[in-house]
Write a protein that binds this ligand. Structure first.
Ligand SMILES: NC(=O)c1ccc[n+]([C@@H]2O[C@H](COP(=O)([O-])OP(=O)(O)OC[C@H]3O[C@@H](n4cnc5c(N)ncnc54)[C@H](O)[C@@H]3O)[C@@H](O)[C@H]2O)c1
Length: 373
């Protein structure tokens, strides 16, 4: 198989998990812990890193193999990563660094590069993966444009609505350029979103009406530190909330009546990359009798991200190989919290993906309805 040449934007803890994951699986030769061993014939070890961009003084100018371990990253070393010959280029700060993160992500000296310079830094990549801090609205649009200029597919790991742009502007931009875009906002391997969706689907499928639900998440990495500021969380809350409320036809009503609260809830430094999610669902079943579910999920937050992104990168390359362009809803619903089309269940999202992977035709021509019907 040819290699999948990847450019990473934001060399934080997720990037560290992805880069290390590729070398971890290359050294083992097995697929334990992966969602898919192969996607379109591509294995995880077919991913190759060709470009990397960050702004931090600790990361810019260093080889990617070193930058992934530079502070404030705290993803542990799980495997040996050879020197990659990929120097982290300085990106444009824009709104990537919030005022309260100015010391943590302290930008390297020098001016912000132009769009053309960033596109040049990304040239040669088949797929660009966006891993900026939550709230990087302007910066995400900047790098999405740079990816288009560089001729690369775009995988948007964060809650800025590019693949799922409600106006459809961004999907059309990628379509005009003949490039696919997948997103938005990674849904962890067995993270809080997919678990919460399972709980609500269970109640829905068993005839129980959900009356109130919350999902409170805490963690101790820079992702959670960045998310302490509520104004950076607008899209994140929409992304996480809709992922759950879209499962029931009274979801919007539940939101409007204050029956839902979902999102990052605090920063607890000693937790590091451990994320704890507290989920509560209260509903009424037969003859109005109440039931409640209280669930606590503890995961390594960045392994959750890595597991999904090594799939999404390969799915983006499959779309690129097939000449598919614009938003790819079939490859987004299973992997992202806020996809262009939200599936009625995760089983259905998975079916969309598997049928799409199995056929060269769009799902519109399949017997069962897909996201384009
Ligand atoms: N399970 C998960 O980890 C998960 C799930 C869904 C979404 N996400 C999102 O993925 C993103 C990445 O997560 P992370 O834990 O790696 O974050 P992180 O805080 O570890 O890393 C962010 C990186 O972006 C860099 N950066 C800031 N502004 C920049 C700019 N303008 N240009 C280039 N680089 C810039 C920072 O220096 C830092 O290295 C976050 O938005 C996170 O919310 C993660």
């Amino acid at each position: 198989m040819p290699k999948i040449r990847v450019g990473l934007v934001g060399i934080g803890n997720c990037a560290s998990a992805i880069v290390q994951g590729v070398y971890y699986y290359a050294s083992r030769g097995d697929c334990e812990g992966l969602i898919h061993c192969e996607i379109g014939g591509y294995r995880v070890e077919d991913i190759e890193f060709v470009a990397a961009i960050d702004v931090s003084q600790h990361k810019v100018g260093r080889d990617l193999s070193e930058a992934i371990f530079a502070p404030p990253n705290l993803t542990p070393r799980i495997t040996e990563v050879p020197r990659l010959g990929v120097t982290v280029a300085r990106g444009a700060v824009l709104d990537g660094v919030a005022p309260h993160m100015a010391d943590v992500f302290k930008p390297a000296p020098g001016r912000d590069p132009s769009l053309d310079e960033v596109a040049e830094a990304l040239r040669g990549a088949d797929v660009v993966v966006n891993l900026l801090p939550v709230g990087s609205e302007e910066a995400t649009r900047f790098y999405a444009t740079a990816a288009i200029k560089a001729g690369a597919a775009f995988v948007n790991g964060i809650p800025v609505f590019i693949a799922s742009d409600p106006e459809g502007v961004w999907p059309r931009r990628f379509e005009s350029a003949g490039l696919p875009v997948l997103g938005d906002d990674v849904k962890g391997q067995v993270g809080a979103t997919i678990t919460h969706r399972m709980l609500v689907s269970l109640l829905r499928d068993r005839g129980v009406k959900v009356e109130a639900t919350y999902q409170l998440n805490v963690g101790g990495n820079t992702d959670f530190l960045n998310m302490l500021v509520e104004e950076r969380l607008k899209s994140k809350r929409i992304s996480k909330t809709r992922a759950v409320t879209s499962l029931v036809d009274y979801g919007r009503e539940l939101e409007e009546t204050g029956g839902v609260r979902i999102g990052p809830s605090d920063y607890v430094p000693f937790l590091g990359n451990t994320k704890v999610a507290y989920m509560y669902v209260r509903g009424r079943g037969f003859a109005g009798f109440p039931l409640t579910i209280d669930l606590k999920l503890t995961v390594d937050d960045k392994s959750m991200c890595g597991a999904v992104l090594v799939d999404a990168i390969r799915a983006a390359k499959v779309a690129l190989d097939r000449g598919e362009a614009g938003a790819i809803p079939e490859a987004s619903a299973w992997y992202f919290k806020h996809p262009p089309v939200q599936a009625p269940s995760d089983a259905e999202a998975r079916r969309w993906l598997e049928e799409w992977l199995a056929t060269d035709k769009r799902l519109a021509s399949s017997n069962s309805p897909g996201p384009r019907d």
